[in-house]
Design a protein around this ligand. Structure first.
Ligand code: DP6
Length: 358
């Protein structure tokens, strides 16, 4: 077992109950995790910004029960949701050898997202992050554990088991996940906070321009699996590790242009890998390409440091420092909105990570 934390088991206390709550934001990868092995281990190191406005709020009311089985009710935005409940039941089973108390309690889980469910924004990172934090807080309350940093890291470990990219949502500002020979403390098991970067990057915005809010035609999990037979996979993993190393050096300075070049190269590489997988699939839409062209030509004309990235979908994430916010608004309103679906733009920015609600 590769669980690097103490395992806590309850005695036969008769009755224990309580309620905890966490808000966990989503994150946007600058160097992408794409390819995994074993139990949710990444094939390469990845690096991300923790966001702010796109978040999940989760509350868990817990009460002791004698069955020794996972037992829960799940409400999403005030309504029962069986599909999510099944996913969470599976997740709690998968962590029960590490966190045995998940079988000692009945959990009433209430969750909601700050962004519309069908906005095309993936919610697995924020929802798994919030759930993992709640479970760790319940354990901390029951056993009187008070190590905040350890709680964050343990929650990152657990969130990873639910969704790989969720491991990074737990960290303030900048996060790295995946073992890297040049990064002290880096691990495949959990993400770590990346510090010592130039302050300009803490001012970064990420405006998400919705090209299509439709469900993805291929899940991330299926996408990762296709990397196993992709002829470019070994070169890709080496490239990603090199890019993380280069990026961390670049980000010690205020060289936003060098940062932006890597961010865009990563977005293009991710989608190129999807297109040349077998079977091949395309997740970008014509509007995505139109926006990329507009962003590049605006940048050529103005020389302003406004860049984009993409996750595993068609929506554009516009990345820029606060100093050019007004210019980014012009770019969005005058050039990009026509290619969005119903003019939907979700304005987000980098943040210091999750907040305890209760
Ligand atoms: C393209 O974390 O969604 O967003 O571990 O199977 O849940 P699972 O995959 P997931 O993959 C995210 C892929 C990505 C890149 C990234 O966030 O690094």
């Amino acid at each position: 077992m590769d669980f690097p934390y103490k395992i806590y088991t309850l005695g036969d206390e008769k009755y224990l109950d309580g309620k905890v709550g966490w808000r966990c934001p989503s994150n946007i990868a600058i160097v992408k995790y794409w390819g995994k092995y074993g139990i949710q281990m990444p094939r390469n190191a990845s690096f991300s910004f923790t966001l702010s406005n796109a978040h999940t709020d989760t509350y868990i009311t817990y009460s002791k029960q004698p069955n020794g089985k996972v037992s829960l009710d799940f409400m999403f935005e005030g309504k029962e949701n069986q599909a999510f409940a099944d996913k969470i039941t599976k997740f709690l089973h998968s962590i029960s050898e590490y966190i045995p108390i998940v079988k000692d309690f009945h959990f009433k889980i209430e969750s909601s997202n700050s962004f519309p469910h069908s906005s095309g924004i993936a919610s697995s990172a924020s929802s798994m992050g919030a759930l993992a934090l709640c479970i760790c807080s319940i354990e901390a309350e029951l056993f009187g554990i008070s190590h905040d940093e350890e709680l964050r890291q343990k929650a990152s470990y657990l969130a990873r088991l639910g969704s790989g990219s969720a491991s990074r949502s737990l960290m303030p500002y900048f996060s790295t996940w995946g073992e890297h020979p040049k990064i002290n403390g880096s691990s495949n098991l959990y993400a770590t906070r990346t510090e010592g970067l130039h302050s300009i990057f803490q001012t970064f915005h990420d405006d998400i321009l919705i090209v299509s809010a439709k469900e993805k035609s291929v899940s991330s999990t299926a996408g990762h699996a296709l990397m196993e037979n992709n002829v470019y996979a070994p070169a890709r993993y080496a490239q990603a590790n090199q890019r993380v190393e280069d990026l961390l050096e670049i980000m010690k300075t205020d060289n936003v242009d060098a940062f932006g070049k890597i961010a865009e190269d990563e977005a293009m590489t991710l989608h190129a890998l999807m297109m040349c997988s077998d079977p091949s699939y395309i997740l970008i839409e014509p509007g995505t390409l139109q926006m990329i062209k507009e962003i590049r030509s605006f940048r050529d004309r103005t020389k302003l440091p406004i860049y984009f990235t993409l996750d595993a979908g068609p929506n554009i994430h516009l990345l820029y420092p606060a100093s050019v916010k007004g210019d980014a608004e012009i770019l969005i309103n005058d050039y990009l909105l026509p290619f969005t679906e119903n003019n939907v733009v979700i304005k987000d920015k980098i943040s210091n990570g999750p907040k305890r609600l209760l």
